[in-house]
Design a protein around this ligand. Sequence first.
Ligand code: KIV
Length: 264
Amino acid sequence: MNVRKLIKMKAKEPITVVTAYDYFSAKVCEQVGVDLILVGDSLGNVVLGYDTTLKVDMEDMIRHVAAVRNGASTSFIVADMPFMSYQASDEEGIRNAGQLMRSGANAVKVEGGKRVAPLIKRLTDAGIPVMGHIGLTPQSVNQIGGYRVQGKDEDSYRMLDDAKVLDNAGAFSIVLELTIEETAKVITESISIPTIGIGSGRYCDGQVLVWHDLLGINDEKVPKFVKKYANLSSEIQNALKSYISDVKNGNFPEEKHVFKEKLK
Ligand code: KIV
């Protein structure tokens, strides 16, 4: 996969995106043919146990992007730029994006509308492909006032305008998060690059889900837009309970798990 192939998929073939944060999840994504792997800053919530993505920093992202690249040597990997890695200045943003590329990313993702357009232009000029992210942008949750559905009423015009500006700035695709379906549809039909939806309905050019939600690793309540394709949380719990019971009852290890050396 590369940026040009991905853009060509727009309106022809739905694009699949899954988040991955480590060697193993990345390896499985590559084996099954996910179109694009996103090392999201959701890393903070689902792997590091932070209560917000605002706590994720460059060090976290660099380590996990490298792990994902180790597991998926040929996949197209997009790395989220964490909070405060690009907000203070475009120069800082460019340097930090460079570090994520050196760690193994093929592209970076930045949250925001018009405000980030100059940065997107400079990054793409520097040879760094950029994915935009509008609608619900968790890094601005304190400004937005909570995790609310976006793209209603007049807000839909602002989102459409933002999407066009990011397209013109050189972004190769845009994530639309938690956006009214009709607004996501109009945006998708109005720009030249693929939209990747999460909680934004059926008419985006592709979909992204978080690894832990999709696989049901997370036994907490998941948002309405998530489809769980497995229930690994209960599988894992059952496996661990069996292990505990086997060890406590002397049923593990068995003869076949043991190394023996003949005593002389
Ligand atoms: O961090 C993340 O996982 C994301 C997706 C929700 C798009 O940004």
